[in-house]
Design a protein around this ligand. Structure first.
Ligand code: AQP
Length: 337
């Protein structure tokens, strides 16, 4: 089915494997909020993905609820978007299994996230970590998504979703799924660690100093930015001067993304100045955006009944929306008539 004839359907998820951080916010969640007024949105807490790595069962439910609070605090409106956790919608796991017959080992083997996470110990990883992108395909294809807002790290997985949908159409039946497009922000698509300009800012980084969390205090944010790794040179006046300076480029990119301006404009304002003056300005900007969200997040976290009710209602809406695609997939595979 061509997308031009269809209204926008937007689907994306976030793992409740830790707190929401600045990379998630700039790379994906800000976009979730904007897109709510542009189409039908399904935003989910990827708790089924979270169990592909070691986790503490007693903590997962609370973390899922907290991530729901974080999304709402950022501006996701559960009356506009369908907000739910995957585990309450069994169609995700079901469609994942059905698509396992179409996904190819070679495709999954090429995924850089798999290679990065498995490292030298691929034999010791869970099968779920390997087939993680097939579950992602199910997440997106179930709802006939036209667009998937994600950070740059997920671009390869969206390509894989497209490959799986196209192969399924070729092998079994046309037009069962919509082939989705990624929506990746022009600025801030890959926010890097504050400790290493070559590593992605991530919830799973063992160093808390590598990221700014939604739960951080104003002092934490100022201190993390003050201690962020940089080099001794002042900021250059143009983009060419950031060549080979990954940490400086990352901080300039964060500033530009949050100020809604370009990296070139940031350098026009701060070029020639040292990090001693740039870092406090960046910290003030981050605090001005995160502090109100953090305050709201803390209020929401206190109301667990309300958060559970939102997730139960979201799951019921998601189950209803997922039903027809799941049924068509069973039929196309010859499993039911
Ligand atoms: N550093 C980032 N810059 C821009 N976007 C990012 N995203 C994640 N990190 C960055 C985007 O946020 C959404 C949720 O992704 P996730 O739940 O996989 O987030 P994470 O922080 O990367 O989580 P983990 O558990 O720590 O996973 P790994 O180990 O993969 O890093 C996605 O849209 C993602 O693109």
């Amino acid at each position: 089915m061509t997308q031009t004839t269809k209204p926008k359907i937007i689907v994306s998820g976030i793992q409740p494997t830790g707190g929401l951080h600045l990379g998630n916010y700039i790379g994906a969640i800000r976009n979730y909020v904007t897109l709510q007024d542009e189409g039908r949105c399904f935003y989910f807490l990827a708790d089924l993905h979270a169990i592909t790595q070691p986790h503490v069962p007693a903590e997962l439910h609370a973390q899922t609820r907290e991530m729901a609070a974080a999304l709402i605090a950022c501006g996701v409106d559960p009356d506009k978007a369908v907000l739910f956790n995957q585990a309450r919608v069994p169609a995700h796991a079901e469609l994942c299994w059905l698509l396992n017959g179409t996904a190819r080992m070679g495709w999954l083997n090429r995924m850089t996230q798999w290679k990065d996470k498995a490292g030298k110990n691929s034999e010791g990883q869970s099968v779920g970590l390997f087939t993680y992108p097939v579950l992602q395909s199910a997440d997106v294809l179930l709802y006939q998504a036209t667009h998937v807002p994600v950070g740059e790290d997920q671009k390869q997985h969206i390509e894989l979703i497209r490959d799986i949908a196209n192969k399924f159409h070729h092998d079994f039946a046309p037009d069962v799924f919509t082939v989705p497009e990624p929506l990746i922000p022009a600025i801030g698509a890959r926010i890097m660690s504050l400790r290493d300009g070559k590593a992605k800012m991530s919830k799973s980084d063992p160093s808390d100093m590598s990221r700014i969390n939604l739960s951080d205090s104003v002092d934490d944010i100022a201190s993390k930015i003050k201690k962020a790794k940089t080099d001794p040179e002042p900021l250059p006046s143009d983009l060419a001067g950031l060549e080979g300076r990954a940490e400086a480029r990352n901080l300039v990119g964060i500033y530009a993304a949050l100020a809604g301006t370009s990296e070139a404009d940031v350098l026009r304002d701060f070029g020639g100045q040292g990090f001693g003056s740039f870092k406090p300005a960046l910290a003030d900007l981050v605090v001005s955006i995160f502090a109100p969200i953090t305050a709201r997040f803390k209020e929401l976290c206190a109301d667990t009944d309300m958060l559970d009710a939102i997730l139960v209602r979201g799951a019921s809406r998601a189950r209803e929306a997922a039903g027809p695609t799941l049924a068509r997939t069973y039929e196309a595979l010859g499993l039911v008539k």
